[in-house]
Structure formats: C-alpha cells, structure tokens
Design a protein around this ligand. Sequence first.
Ligand SMILES: NC(=O)c1ccc[n+]([C@@H]2O[C@H](COP(=O)([O-])OP(=O)(O)OC[C@H]3O[C@@H](n4cnc5c(N)ncnc54)[C@H](OP(=O)(O)O)[C@@H]3O)[C@@H](O)[C@H]2O)c1
Length: 410
Amino acid sequence: MSNLKIGLFGYGCVGQGLYEVLLKSKNIKAEISSICVKQKNKKRNIDTSIFSYNKWDILNNPDIDVVVELIDDAEEAFSIVSESLKRGKAVVTANKKMIAENFRALIQLQETYQTPVLYEAAVCGSIPIIRTLEEYYNTDYIQNISGIFNGTSNYILTQTQQQGKNYEEALHAAKIAGFAESNPTLDVEGFDSKFKLTILLNHTFGLSVLPKQVLNSGIQNLNKTDTLFATRFGYQIKLLAQAYKTDKGVAAFVLPHLLRNTHSFFHIYNEFNAVQVEGIFNNKQLLTGKGAGGFPTAAAVISDLSSLIKNYKYPYNKLKQNDLHLDNSETIAIYLRYNKKEIMNQLKFEKIYSQFEQENHTYCIGEISIKEIIKADINKNKEVFIASIELPLYQGSDLPVKTEQILSIH
Ligand SMILES: NC(=O)c1ccc[n+]([C@@H]2O[C@H](COP(=O)([O-])OP(=O)(O)OC[C@H]3O[C@@H](n4cnc5c(N)ncnc54)[C@H](OP(=O)(O)O)[C@@H]3O)[C@@H](O)[C@H]2O)c1
C-alpha cells in the first residue's frame, strides 16, 4: 500500500489532533479525503467542504483505502469498522471500548476479509505497547504486565497526594485542566483501564475475555482517611491495571493500589501513563508517556498508518498458541475502608491481618480472592474504598509493622 487516502470518522479531540499532526508529518504519504461527523450545525475550524454527515459517503467511496475511526460511540464505531473491513478498507481505530467488547469478532472479520485493523492509539495513547507485545515480546514468555492506563485518575490521585486536595477538589482541578470529562465515570471507576487491560490480555497472554469478566474498582470513593493512611505508611495510591500468570491461568484486575517507593510506578504523576512488562528472560521493562490528548493519541494513529503502508498487520501469534484461562480464584492482599460492618460479612476474606475501627476510619487489611470481590459488587457501595496493597506495612524505619502496632497508630 502507498500514498494512503483516508476516510476519517470523528473530528473531536483526537480527530482534530490527527488532522493537524498529519499536515506537519512530512514522512508519511497519506491525506484525508473526507471527514464524517455527526452534527451538521457545529462550528468547524477548517473548510467545511471536506465534511460529510453520512457514513456511506466514505464507506462506499472506492478511492478511500483506509478508514480512521475516531468517534465516541462504541456501537456505531463497530458498525463502521465492520463495514469498512467488508469493503476491503484497512482500519485504524482508537476506540478501546469497541475493541475490548468485540475483540473476537474483529479477529474474525480480519481473517474473513483479509484486511487489517490497527489500534495502537487505543491503549495508553502515545506509548507503543501493542506492537511491542506483538513483535518484541513474540518470543519471551511474559509473566506479568501492569500499568497506569488512565491519565485522568492519575492526575486526580496526584492532586490528592501532592496538593492535599480532597477527591472532589481534585476532580474539579482535572476538569479545569482538561483531563477529565464532565462525566468521568468510565475513567475514575476503572472501566477505561479495564477496556485497555482486556485488549492487552490478548496481546500479552493470548487470552480473550470480555470486559465484564474482569474485576474493576476505581478511585471514586477515595477519602482523606485513605490518603492519610497511605502517606503514613509511605505508600502512593495509583489506579493500576494488572495481569499475571498464576498456577491456574492469568489473574487480571483493575484496582487502586498502595505501592511503595521502590515500585516503578511510584513517581508516575499527573496525566502520565506507564506500562511495565516482566518477561522470563527480559526481567522488568518500563514504558512511560502521555496516554491521552489530541496530539499524543494522533501520533499513535500516524504510526499505525505508516505501518499499514508497509502492509503490517498484527500476527496474533499468542492467540493462536494459547489455552490460558482467566483465574479469578487468585487471592490478593487488600486494604478495605468501610462504614458498615455488613460489608465484612459479604466479603469472604481468606486471611485478615488487621482490623481497625474508629469513628472516622474503619478498615481491614487481609487476603481475599478476586471472585469474592466481584461477587460483592463493590462498585455499587459508595461507602467502601478498596485497594490492593504491598505488604508488609512499614512505618518510618525499615521495620515491618506488626498487627498490634497497626492497631495503635491512630
Ligand atoms: N481524547 C483522548 O485523549 C483519547 C485518547 C485515546 C483514545 N481516545 C478514543 O478516541 C475516540 C475519539 O475520542 P475524542 O476524545 O476525540 O472524542 P470527541 O472529542 O468527543 O469527538 C467525537 C467525534 O466523533 C463524532 N461522532 C460521534 N458519533 C458519530 C457518528 N455516529 N458518526 C460520525 N461521527 C460521529 C463527533 O461528531 P461531532 O463533531 O459532529 O459532534 C466528534 O467529532 C474515542 O473512542 C476515545 O475513547 C481518545
């Protein structure tokens, strides 16, 4: 493929970023022929003759070889991507929800119509993780992948821990800075990170699951007592997506995580993202960069376009080889802050290391299986904050804190 003619869907944050970045990119032979958007009466910052309001104008245009899908509607996006592939038009998309929910169908469509879909921009914006997993990690056996996949949540957490803001103040600051949308649910409750993790499970372990099978809980219920607890014991709270091999398969979940200053993610602040991959032979490797925003995301789209010119498609070798299953029986260490004691009856802990009860801060540290947390449907409970935690606790010196010491800190 050479000199690509692009049909672009969406001219929002990323679509506009792509338009500008493409004008400045001298090394790629590609031009946007037409842009399909939704609202006819919306003001645009470029000549409106390039816009169309009917998807079939692009889909049925034989001169267009590539569809770049950058809309904010996952269902319609899947329809656009499917119709493009059926017509032999290669696709580049940034829509993580659409990809995560339709992964198997997308593989099938690519096979049937022998036309590729690339989506580096869908996971951690400018960080080149998907091709790294497909190409560089094609031979090493990955044991563990984890990351800060959501810039909005990381920005909020940085504000609470570095600026002393409470959650609402930090969320407000994130909206003012342009990092949080008016409805930030998908970001702060861990769904956005989960869509990305679900996609990466395919590329890391060859494991295909639906997002609804994977545990997620976010930072929406974080309060000052949680931040205080973290600071007191030298932790940073980060919203992490994690997946690792267990004896029975692969454990995967998205939870806030209390991590220590020896952890690679300790100093990843504000809107930055990071991904750490641990292979048997490579040991740990860390990639970090901007996970969102018009230009960083557009840069990943351009990189995919340039790969298409070289006839690149994902080999999906791990998917072809693997028979791994999701292991929700895996036990993890958690910090649970709660108000009502009933939650302790709902959650079946395997071990409890400590329980502390005071008027404004009641918490428990213990071990519990992922499936028990899923069963308790924790996201519905506004009075609970749950985080995975690195144990043992350390206070001040390097000496681990014993249970009775923990109970007497407040
Ligand atoms: N923003 C980021 O930093 C970022 C990062 C990584 C991935 N992504 C992903 O990239 C995609 C786009 O995000 P965004 O932030 O650019 O969204 P956005 O700013 O909300 O823009 C959405 C665009 O999609 C258009 N649109 C919506 N429904 C459409 C339809 N049915 N047909 C044609 N056009 C339609 C809208 O048209 P109108 O202009 O007419 O309203 C608008 O131009 C999403 O999947 C998002 O998850 C975003």
